[in-house]
Design a binder for this molecule. Structure first.
Ligand SMILES: Nc1ncnc2c1ncn2[C@@H]1O[C@H](COP(=O)(O)OP(=O)(O)OP(=O)(O)O)[C@@H](O)[C@H]1O
Ligand SMILES: [Mg+2]
Length: 454
């Protein structure tokens, strides 16, 4: 690894300058691109540490729009890349805009190769230091239990983990907000393990999964004979979490009467089992999670505001997988390694189309969906490489549509919508036309035009 030269991507449409720049960096592996598409392709395949970017690229060689578009895409795909933009003489403003967009630095044209070389090498150094820091941060160690388990390269997520580590050793109650499958439980466990309660129990209860009439007893426990069926005295989850951490999952699903009782526990730190008057002191750290909009629930009167403030001393918002550019592919590779080893060692990795599809997929079910798809594909695969089809990820045509024209985009959408409608009405023409809000003759015309069959 250490002998590998660092990669530098030069994005420049001027052939003369390209040739000149290529030889200026003997200590780099130089990759060149002349426009936006080739620049992004090179970014994806080579993952250069440093990019020098001419803002004036075709089809807008005298403006900055293409250059900025490239910069935006690099920042979205791989924000740790150090981008140095070239600004034409006197174009201070575009240089500043570029910095605001996340560029590392800029240089003036005409190019002074030596000065630019200095900037490039300084950028590489910073990139290296940042990388080392990231690696150190992601090594699991005592202070790093949260990040240790979490697979991410996304600054958005690293920030979340840092926050959790920082609050772990306080006793504040933490509320984790995030869509389904974003890692709420994983982070709650991480918090517990990073805290000095780690030798105590981590007790999780999913308030949405337990019928209302049983939830109280689950939480607070009951004495023998407290109600029909209470054949023996049972401790509740709160009591079981004494000395440890109680994770209240889907806290928004706790019914109002029980919210009152939970609030009382949070204020007084004692519980009474159902059927008993004895107060039992419990020392537990509360972490809760929900995917619901609690503020809206408060406004609607279905969640108590006072309880909310007790539970949410610190609120941590977990970004969805789609908001962590690059993480889907990273997680997919990690799951692939794990599941292949455990369940189907013949599988060696992903085919190139799979990674592209993984990256393009919106992942509505977040990491859980990703984990499930990879697991299923690994189990089912009878070849060495798992492809996009094995993951059941139909290629999204969006990029293709973008580079074509509006007419094609419309046709593609028409086709898709018509096929969905046909499927829903099991091929019945009248119903399909009704679903689409068009007449039968119009539908016939469209079917003919698109060569579709009912
Ligand atoms: N960043 C991550 N790195 C590694 N594994 C992850 C990550 N995020 C989530 N997972 C895994 O994905 C699965 C779903 O995560 P988790 O159960 O924590 O999500 P959740 O937000 O609680 O989901 P739900 O809302 O469905 O309960 C788990 O198997 C978890 O270990
Ligand atoms: Mg969960």
């Amino acid at each position: 690894m250490s002998e590998m030269k660092p990669k530098l991507l030069i994005v420049e449409d001027d052939a003369g300058l390209q040739a000149q720049l290529k030889w200026a960096y003997p200590d780099f592996e130089v990759v060149q691109a002349t426009d936006r598409a080739s620049a992004i392709t090179a970014l994806r395949s080579e993952e250069p540490a440093v990019v020098t970017l001419d803002l004036g690229l075709p089809p807008d060689p005298d403006g900055t729009s293409e250059g900025f578009a490239v910069l935006d895409e690099i920042m979205a795909l791989k924000p740790d890349t150090k981008v140095i933009v070239a600004s034409g003489h006197g174009a201070r403003e575009s240089a500043l805009t570029a910095i605001a967009k996340g560029a590392y630095d800029f240089y003036q044209k005409p190019v002074d190769i030596e000065a630019l070389g200095l900037i490039v090498r300084r950028a590489l150094q910073l990139h290296r230091i940042e990388n080392e820091n990231r690696q150190l941060a992601s090594k699991s160690g005592d202070g790093n239990r949260v990040l240790g388990r979490l697979i991410t390269a996304a600054p958005e997520m690293v920030k979340v983990a840092r926050t959790i580590e920082r609050v772990a050793n306080t006793n504040v109650s933490v509320m984790l907000l995030g869509a389904s499958g974003t890692g709420k439980e994983l982070l709650a466990r991480g918090l517990h393990e990073a805290s000095d309660r780690r030798d105590g129990a981590f007790v999780a209860i999913n308030c949405a999964a337990i019928p209302e009439n049983l939830l109280e007893s689950e939480l607070f426990g009951h004495e023998k004979g407290a109600f029909t069926g209470a054949v023996k005295t049972t401790e509740g989850k709160i009591e079981l979490a004494n000395g440890g951490t109680l994770f209240l999952d889907e806290v928004g699903d706790i019914p109002l009467p029980l919210q009152v009782k939970l609030l009382r526990f949070l204020q007084e730190r004692v519980i009474e089992r159902i059927g008993s008057r004895k107060s039992i002191p419990v020392d537990t750290r509360i972490v809760c999670a929900t995917h619901q909009d609690l503020e809206a629930m408060i406004a609607a009167g279905s969640f108590r505001e006072d309880l909310f403030y007790r539970l949410a001393e610190i609120v941590v918002k977990i970004p969805s997988l789609a908001e962590r550019p690059g993480d889907a592919a990273l997680l997919a590779k990690a799951f692939m390694a794990k599941f292949a080893k455990e369940m189907n060692p013949a599988v060696k990795g992903f085919a190139p189309d799979a990674l592209a599809a993984i990256d393009a997929w919106p992942w509505p079910g977040n990491v859980r969906e990703l984990e499930n798809r990879v697991k299923r594909a690994v189990i089912m695969s009878d070849s060495k490489l798992v492809g996009a089809a094995d993951l059941d990820l139909v290629a999204q045509d969006e990029e293709a549509i973008q580079v074509l024209n509006l007419k094609c985009a419309r046709e593609a959408t028409d086709r898709k919508v018509i096929r969905h409608a046909l499927a829903r009405s099991e091929g019945n023409i009248s119903n399909t036309a009704k679903l689409l809000g068009i007449s039968r003759p119009t539908l016939y015309d469209l079917l003919k035009q698109y060569d579709l069959h009912a």
